[in-house]
Design a binder for this molecule. Structure first.
Ligand SMILES: NC(=O)c1ccc[n+]([C@@H]2O[C@H](COP(=O)([O-])OP(=O)(O)OC[C@H]3O[C@@H](n4cnc5c(N)ncnc54)[C@H](O)[C@@H]3O)[C@@H](O)[C@H]2O)c1
Ligand SMILES: [Zn+2]
Length: 361
């Protein structure tokens, strides 16, 4: 079991990572002193698989709990669904202090965090992430959100959880595509910050897909550590440090949006975005083509796409120009000068971005 801390003064919190650690959840929650009424937001798949074990751990430690099921879909991240959940939460919140448990992947985590941030102007919440992507990324850092028809994550707040509890055993039931999606974010962390993690990933593909607990614990704690350190120093993306986490994401988001969030999941779109960013880094003379090939091989090794199908360059570019990472007419991209050497580049010429987008098609 490992512990990583996000250092934010009075709002600091721990991230606990390990396999077969669920029995320790109760004592951790009791120590936080955030109440005994646990309102668990999840979906039916997770409740069916793990609801009984989660509630038995909570009940054994004196907690009272209620499960609230939301749809297993990005559609749950909406104001409508948040409103329904909040009404139900208000009914449950009658006697004692209530806190929220986000039990699921990034969808549940973002929605539950958003609700925790607005209900009664903010109540405590705990993240129990159940996807690899959520354990290494979305559960950490306090970005909460719901979507609008006009775009994803347009409403939300920075609102930190009181604990992130990453039980690795939950990952055993993920399908291969979901594991690969989380691996895209993990590869991103390795590229921007951790050469030894990068080399480790080159050797551990089989163990990752076999859900080897030792290997997963090492990988998840490294990534949690990187994210925790960045969030501790730049919680609200004010100094630019947190921006490097967007490596592969600007073009990745444009791909997701150009494909109407259908053909590619987040990790797959980020993989393609990373390849475009690598191509740009190479075109600008920051890195050699041999490094592009080495990273591409790692992306392929984890079953992630390196070629984009079913969408035109023009569509990606027009989605790109609607991305919120544009300030005025200035674009801002995270590129690299080598592994663990990220660089933020402003005003990249449009023709170069177009060329990079064509490279992945
Ligand atoms: N807040 C942030 O910083 C942040 C960062 C990255 C992504 N996100 C958001 O996260 C969301 C994507 O998260 P995700 O990839 O976890 O998707 P998700 O929450 O939709 O989960 C993916 C699928 O896996 C299933 N699942 C979850 N845990 C499982 C388990 N243990 N076993 C079997 N199946 C399981 C879910 O039911 C779902 O069908 C997006 O909405 C994205 O915007 C937020
Ligand atoms: Zn991401």
């Amino acid at each position: 079991m490992r512990k990583v801390t996000v250092n934010l003064g009075k709002r600091s919190y721990d991230i606990i990572i390990g396999s077969s650690i669920l029995k320790k959840l109760g004592p951790y929650l009791l120590k936080l002193n955030i109440g005994l009424d646990a309102y668990i937001i999840t979906n039916s798949l997770l409740k069916d698989k793990y609801g009984a074990i989660l509630s038995s751990v909570l009940l054994r430690n004196g907690f009272n709990c209620r499960f609230k099921i939301v749809l297993d879909s990005e559609k749950s991240k909406s104001l409508g669904s948040a409103g329904c959940v909040i009404n139900d939460l208000a009914k449950f919140d009658r006697k004692r202090k209530v806190f929220i448990i986000a039990f699921g992947g990034g969808v549940v985590g973002d929605l539950a965090g958003f609700i925790a941030s607005v209900y009664k102007r903010g109540i405590p919440y705990v993240q129990i992430p159940t996807t690899l992507l959520a354990q290494v990324d979305s559960a950490i850092g306090g970005k909460t959100a719901v979507d609008l028809d006009l775009g994803k994550n347009l409403i939300g707040a920075f609102y930190q959880p009181n604990l992130v509890f990453s039980e690795i055993n939950f990952l055993k039931s993920l399908d291969k595509r979901q594991v690969a999606s989380g691996m895209a974010e993990i590869i991103k962390y390795a590229i921007i910050k951790d050469n030894s993690l990068f080399c480790y990933l080159e050797k551990k593909q089989k163990d990752v897909f076999n859900a080897d607990p030792v290997v997963l614990e090492r990988i998840i704690s490294s990534c949690s550590g990187i994210k925790a350190a960045i969030v501790s120093r730049d919680e609200k993306e004010a100094s630019g440090l947190r921006t490097i986490l967007n490596f592969g994401h600007t073009i990745g988001h444009a791909i997701e949006s150009a494909c109407a969030y259908k053909n590619y999941n987040h990790g797959e779109a980020v993989s393609l975005g990373m390849i475009a960013a690598l191509d740009l880094s190479c075109k600008l003379g920051f890195i050699e083509n041999s490094l592009v090939l080495r990273i591409k091989n790692l992306i392929k090794l984890y079953g992630l796409p390196v070629k984009l199908k079913g969408v035109s360059v023009d569509k990606i570019i027009s989605a790109y120009y609607h991305d919120k990472k544009f300030t005025g007419k200035q674009n801002k991209l995270v590129l690299i000068r080598g592994i663990a050497k990220p660089v933020i580049v402003k005003n990249v010429a449009l023709n170069l971005i177009k060329e990079a987008a064509s490279e992945i098609i």
